[in-house]
Design a protein. Structure first.
Length: 337
């Protein structure tokens, strides 16, 4: 049983409101009142909001064993009813009022999965955190690091909130590679071979879609040596240790999306296969997840997810799948490799 500590001296819930003004949106933080901050040129109001929330998370530190589900302490009114609090405490980013209100809070994994327009995000690192070169732990040759799928899963969850819902699967697959391959300043470079391996038809369209979403900026290129981009929502993505591990996650996601059974399928099925695979432990063939969480990771509605599952079964990626409609629990079997 998890003990609640509502009187904690370090409340781990932070909110930022974007208020429209004639000169541009203002950021209003209840903790920092009456100070308001206008979004700077060259970035987006959303990026400024995420930067502000990340700074609070870094400053208002609390040992993990003292952190509790802030949603539960408020009567779990941030989401529809579900089976109850369970799972580790994570940082969840939520968008409300169409992006005018952003919330970052400690919640349990179950509440994070049940909250609409919410995603688990990486923990912001303290300034004294080890660099990406020293934090990476080696793994035995020929074995998959179990953290690889977790990195991809967390990034898909983050993109489910950071990107507008109409963002297509091609753009989401491209954003996933950019986010996982970005350096500590949010800059990413995708070589020509990687772009060819993604089989993105009309590649320029998907770059423009991410630029129109104000998620990245693609500077003019002086050569044809791949594609370079600057992520505009890099504050919550970095600084964080494990750059090599994130690159392994990007490679794993690319291999999963381009498996033989998916090679000639559309990007929607490829993204759905990746979103399912992150919930399967290495060396096993069974997976379970909250159906709503999987749908959000793919930018799909519930009905569209069911259609994708049927198609994945037809192509041989899945051997079986079931959905408990009452609990929204999805279970499936994959072809064991």
């Amino acid at each position: 049983m998890r003990l609640c500590t509502a009187n904690s001296t370090v409340p781990r819930t932070w909110t930022v409101e974007l208020r429209p003004q004639r000169c541009g949106p203002e950021l209003v933080c209840p903790r920092c009142r009456p100070v308001t901050t206008s979004a700077k040129s060259g970035t987006t109001a959303r990026s400024a909001a995420l930067a502000h929330l990340a700074r609070h998370a870094r400053l208002d530190t609390l040992p993990m064993h003292l952190r509790t589900c802030q949603c539960h302490e408020r009567g779990c009114h941030w989401h529809p009813r579900h089976r109850g609090c369970s799972g580790p405490i994570v940082l969840a980013l939520a968008r409300e009022q169409g992006g005018r209100l952003w919330r970052l809070a400690d919640v349990c994994t179950a509440c994070a999965g049940a909250t609409n327009h919410a995603a688990i995000v990486p923990e912001p690192q303290l300034a004294s955190a080890p660099s990406s070169h020293t934090a990476e732990q080696p793994t035995r040759s020929g074995t998959e690091d179990p953290r690889t799928r977790i990195r991809v899963r967390d990034m898909l969850s983050y993109l489910a909130v950071a990107l507008p819902f109409p963002t297509g699967p091609q753009a989401r697959l491209l954003a996933l590679q950019c986010a996982l391959r970005a350096d500590d300043r949010g800059r990413t470079q995708l070589p020509p071979g990687l772009l060819r391996g993604m089989h993105l038809r009309g590649e320029g369209l998907w770059w423009r879609e991410l630029e129109q979403a104000h998620w990245l900026y693609r500077p003019p290129l002086s050569s044809t040596n791949g594609a370079t981009a600057q992520l505009l929502d890099a504050t919550l993505l970095s600084p964080r240790p494990g750059r090599r591990g994130r690159a392994r996650g990007a490679d794993w996601a690319l291999r999963t999306a381009s498996a033989p059974a998916l090679r000639n399928q559309d990007a929607g099925l490829q993204l759905a296969a990746v979103a399912l695979a992150v919930h399967v432990s290495p060396g096993t063939a069974s997976g379970t997840a909250d159906a709503g969480q999987v749908a959000r990771s793919c930018g799909l509605t519930g009905e569209q997810l069911l259609t994708a599952l049927e198609q994945l079964a037809t192509t041989g990626v899945l051997t079986a799948w079931t959905l408990d409609a009452a609990m929204d629990d999805l279970a499936w079997q994959t072809v064991r490799r």
